[in-house]
Design a protein around this ligand. Sequence first.
Ligand SMILES: [Zn+2]
Length: 244
Amino acid sequence: MFYFEKIKGKKVLKSSILEGLNHFFTTRESIIKTKDSDYEKLAQDNRGLFCEYFGIEKGKLIYPSQTHTSNVDVAQIDKSAYPDTDGLILTNKEQAVFLNFADCTPLIFYDGKIAAVSHAGWRGTAGMIGVKTVEKMVDEFSSDIKNIKCAIGPAISFCCYNVGEEVLSQLIATVKDSSGLYEIRNGEIFVDLKNINKRQLVEFGLKEENIDICPYCTVCNNDLFFSYRKENGTTNRHSAVIKL
Ligand SMILES: [Zn+2]
């Protein structure tokens, strides 16, 4: 279940499935990533607040350069640059990791010991970045797939996300059972990107009850979150933040 909480006086969204992990999804007032000069100061101030909250230096709050790939890397202490990386696994307690979103689907994973964040827009979802993240946790860190919890955060949802035929076919090719994951409305194709990610993960071996899907749509709940589509290419982002 998703719920709001205030951290340092700023509204953030959390998932009860990730109990035990320091994590949150930022909202408009808790923004930490932007290229918009009107939001720059707020974002910088918020980063400072969250570093204080986590008890880490500013340089230890890191994010990769997301480019809609399905590349997954592992955060390393004293390394802050991760080019072309859309999934980052966190295994140390010194850093906090965040990824940035404005419609694309955020995925946070936690197995009780290590955690990860992934960026699943349609390209990342077509490239199965969620499954690749889990695979790396299992292969390189001996995570038990049955213990991996996943929170699927605020994203453009089934109500609002229409795509072309080419995108639809790439997305449904990633699951064995595509029932209920798309719909034609008035000749337009709508896809449920959150549930496509969930279906991929369940088909890969995650327990269905270990996956929590956020009810918020970035277009319908634009007062809380940012939407690239609704706000004509905004550079503001909400972020998925983790710290062990
Ligand atoms: Zn919507």
